[in-house]
Design a protein around this ligand. Structure first.
Ligand SMILES: Cc1cc2nc3c(=O)[nH]c(=O)nc-3n(C[C@H](O)[C@H](O)[C@H](O)COP(=O)(O)OP(=O)(O)OC[C@H]3O[C@@H](n4cnc5c(N)ncnc54)[C@H](O)[C@@H]3O)c2cc1C
Length: 399
C-alpha cells in the first residue's frame, strides 16, 4: 500500500491568523491515517447556485496578509465552498465592483487606505482522493482554500509523494498554481494535473490541464491575467512510496547526506526542508518578525547571456528558459544591502535572509514599498539589473 507511519519530529508551521487556518499540530510518532483527510466541501460539477457568500463591510487587509499591511476594501465576502466562491465573484462582477481574491495573504502587498475592491476570501476546505486507476499514482483534489502545508503534511505522511520538498510554504492550495510555487529544486508543476476554475471572462467553469497553465518560474497564465480565473480546486498526481523524488538542491542534499540527484525518504526530506526554512525565517511564526513578509520579495532575474556575463565575478549563473538565471539575494548583497537593512525602522530586510522584506510590527504598506524601492534602485544603480517583485502588488507599485 505504501502508507507509512508519520516519522514525527516535524512540527508544522506555528499558528497564524492570516486567512488560512494553521494546520493542526501532529504529535511526535503519531500515525496519520488515510481517513484524516478532511471531507470535500461539496460537489463542484456544475456549481449549483447556492448564492454568494454573505457580503459585509470590508475590514483592513492588514489582518489577512502575512506582511501585516493593507487598507480597507469596500466590502468583504468569506466563501467557504466553491459554490460560494463563484457566487461572490459573480455578484461583484455583475455589480461592476473590482474583486480581490485573498486566501492566505502570503503573496500580497496591499496599499494602505481605502480600496475600491470587494475582497473575496477563499476559505473553502477539503481534500478527496479521486477514484482514478488509469495513469497510475494517487490523484488528490483539494479545495482552493485548503491550507497548503496541511495538504503537504497529510500526503507525505500517507506515502503519497511529490509535494514533500514544498513543505512550509504558507498559504492555500488554490494559490499554488498562480505563481507555480517552488522551493528546494522543485515546484508544483511537477505534480499538478488539473485546475478547476471559474472563468470570469467567459462566465463558465473551465478545467485547465497542467499544459494549459503556462507554468514557468514563479509565473503562470493565472498570474498574468489575475482578473480572469478563480481557482476552485486543484488536482495533483502523486506517487505512492516512501522514497522522495531526486533531490535537486545542493543545500538540501547536503542536509540529507545525499548527492544532488539522489533520493531520500520523503518524510526526511520534509523534515529537512522545514528545518532549512525555519533557519531562514521562511516558515510563518507569529512570534518572529523575520517571517512577517511575503517570502522572497524579488524573483531571481533571468538575463540575456551578455548581461549575465557582465555581472561581477562570483555571481551565480544558471542556464534557464529564456537566458541565464542569477540570484536576487546575491545581487542584493553585492549591491551593499545586508541582512537587517532598514533596522530599527518599521520595515527592514529579514535579519536571516536579504530577499525577504519584513514588517517589524508597525510598518505600513508605504514603508514596505519604500524599502523595496531602495533595494531595487540600489541593485539597478550598482549592478545594472532590474529586480522584479514576486508578490502581487494591489493598489500600489514600486513606481
Ligand atoms: C514566509 C514565507 C515564505 C514563502 N516561501 C515561498 C516559497 O518558498 N516558494 C514560493 O513559491 N512562494 C513562497 N511564499 C509566497 C506565498 O506563500 C505563495 O505564493 C503562496 O502560494 C500564496 O498563497 P496564498 O494563499 O497566501 O495567496 P494570497 O497571498 O492570498 O494570493 C496570492 C495571489 O493569488 C491570487 N489567488 C489566491 N487565491 C486564488 C484563487 N483561489 N484563485 C485565483 N487566484 C487566487 C490572489 O488574488 C493573489 O493575486 C512565501 C511567503 C511567505 C510569507
Amino acid at each position: 500500500m505504501g502508507r507509512r507511519a508519520y516519522a514525527g519530529g516535524v512540527t508544522p508551521e506555528s499558528p497564524a491568523t492570516h486567512g488560512v487556518p494553521a494546520p493542526a499540530p501532529v504529535a511526535d510518532g503519531a500515525v496519520t491515517p488515510l481517513v484524516r483527510l478532511a471531507p470535500s466541501s461539496g460537489p463542484v460539477p456544475g456549481v449549483p447556485d447556492r448564492g454568494p457568500a454573505r457580503t459585509t463591510p470590508g475590514r483592513p487587509l492588514a489582518g489577512r496578509t502575512t506582511l501585516r499591511v493593507g487598507g480597507r476594501p469596500a466590502a468583504e465576502a468569506v466563501a467557504t465552498t466553491a459554490e460560494e466562491l463563484v457566487g461572490a465573484v459573480r455578484e461583484a462582477d455583475a455589480a461592476g465592483e473590482p474583486v480581490l481574491l485573498v486566501a492566505g495573504g502570503s503573496n500580497l502587498l496591499v496599499a494602505d487606505g481605502d480600496l475600491p475592491h470587494t475582497a473575496v476570501v477563499v476559505a473553502s476546505r477539503g481534500v478527496r482522493r479521486e477514484p482514478v486507476d488509469a495513469c497510475g499514482g494517487v490523484w488528490v483534489t483539494a479545495q482552493a482554500g485548503h491550507p497548503w502545508e496541511e495538504l503537504v503534511a497529510e500526503t507525505t505522511a500517507n506515502g503519497w509523494l511529490g509535494l514533500e520538498a514544498l513543505s512550509g510554504i504558507p498559504g492555500s492550495v488554490g494559490a499554488t498554481p498562480v505563481q507555480n510555487v517552488g522551493a528546494y529544486g522543485t515546484d508544483v508543476a511537477a505534480t499538478l494535473a488539473t485546475v478547476r476554475t471559474w472563468d470570469r471572462r467567459d462566465g463558465r467553469l473551465r478545467t485547465l490541464a497542467v499544459g494549459d497553465l503556462g507554468l514557468g518560474y514563479r509565473t503562470s497564465r493565472l498570474k498574468a491575467d489575475p482578473d480572469r480565473y478563480v481557482v476552485l480546486e486543484v488536482t495533483f498526481q502523486l506517487r505512492e512510496g516512501e522514497v522522495g523524488a531526486p533531490v535537486g538542491y545542493a543545500e538540501l542534499a547536503a542536509r540529507l547526506g545525499v548527492a544532488v540527484g539522489e533520493r531520500a525518504p520523503a518524510v526526511e526530506v520534509r523534515e529537512a526542508v522545514l528545518a532549512l526554512r525555519r533557519g531562514k525565517g521562511m516558515v510563518l511564526d507569529d512570534a518572529d518578525p523575520d517571517t512577517w513578509s511575503a517570502g522572497s520579495f524579488f524573483t531571481n532575474p533571468v538575463l540575456e547571456p551578455a548581461a549575465a556575463a557582465a555581472l561581477p565575478e562570483g555571481a551565480p549563473r544558471y542556464p534557464a528558459a529564456g537566458g541565464v538565471k542569477t540570484s536576487a539575494a546575491w545581487l542584493i548583497g553585492a549591491a551593499g544591502f545586508e541582512r537587517g537593512h532598514g533596522l530599527p525602522g518599521p520595515a527592514s530586510l529579514s535579519t536571516r535572509h536579504t530577499l525577504a522584506v519584513t514588517n517589524r510590527g508597525t510598518a505600513t504598506a508605504a514603508d514596505v514599498l519604500a524599502l523595496a524601492r531602495e533595494v531595487r534602485d540600489g541593485v539597478r544603480d550598482r549592478l545594472g539589473v532590474e529586480l522584479e517583485p514576486e508578490p502581487r502588488l494591489v493598489g500600489c507599485s514600486l513606481g
